[in-house]
Design a protein around this ligand. Structure first.
Ligand SMILES: C[S@@+](CC[C@H](N)C(=O)[O-])C[C@H]1O[C@@H](n2cnc3c(N)ncnc32)[C@H](O)[C@@H]1O
Length: 205
């Protein structure tokens, strides 16, 4: 079965979590991975890799450097990714377990997070952006795409507002037209860290 066939079948079965009728295009993958560090050995975490549209682009950017962990909640797709990308550490799990996934691997600092997740993963109360910023190095970069035609919908607006509340610098790309449907990329830097538990900051003067 083609990857588009896989998406169509899964979208019919579970539209909320699949959230797409086709895998992302190479053009969107290029935009999503353009800001990955091009030197050193970065730790890259990919969220919701699906059938690997961004996974291949991340691997290409890394060129054998660093570490690439991918977290996917669809069991079959996680297996498919392991076969396609033997160098990637594919974890079959929900992204809500991100802190445990990283701790199990001894990862204390993440340089880049590439997310193909749908709105549902950022639903209020899940605290995903806070988990992401907690895991990131201060110079880290986070990318998330949004379909252009739904980006003004309340869940998309809520997700973007939450992203802005967790990063000091959020920039949205021009529309990537060569994708079905067209999409934009939100690129976030300057993760805002939370004070450690029990520490109460003095009120501003
Ligand atoms: C819109 S698809 C994007 C797939 C791929 N990144 C792409 O762009 O073609 C969303 C992906 O996120 C996965 N996903 C959704 N919710 C998730 C969660 N809570 N934890 C892990 N993966 C999740 C889905 O199974 C699906 O593979």
């Amino acid at each position: 079965m083609s990857d588009t066939g896989r998406f169509l079948r899964e979208f019919a079965r579970d539209p909320l979590h699949t959230a797409a009728i086709a895998p992302s295009s190479p053009a969107l993958a290029a935009a999503m991975t353009a800001s990955l560090p091009d030197t050193g050995d970065p730790v890259v975490v990919e969220l919701g890799p699906g059938t690997g549209a961004f996974t291949g682009a991340v691997q290409e950017r890394l060129g054998g450097r660093g570490r690439h962990v991918a977290i996917e909640r669809h069991r079959e797709w996680a297996g498919l990714l392991r076969r396609r990308f033997p160098r990637v550490d594919v974890v079959y799990a929900d992204v809500a377990t991100l802190p445990t996934v990283l701790a199990d691997r001894g990862i204390t600092s993440v340089d880049a997070v590439v997310s193909g997740l749908p709105w549902a993963a950022y639903a209020p109360g899940r605290g995903l952006h806070a988990m992401i910023t907690d895991a990131m190095t201060p110079t880290g970069v986070f990318t998330q795409f949004a379909y252009s035609w739904t980006r003004w919908a309340p869940p998309a607006q809520r997700q973007l507002a939450d992203l802005r509340a967790h990063f000091g610098d959020v920039v949205t790309s021009p529309t990537v037209w060569r994708n079905l449907p067209p999409a934009v990329v939100h690129r976030a830097r300057q993760p805002l860290t939370r004070p450690p538990r029990g520490v109460i900051h003095p009120p501003p003067r």
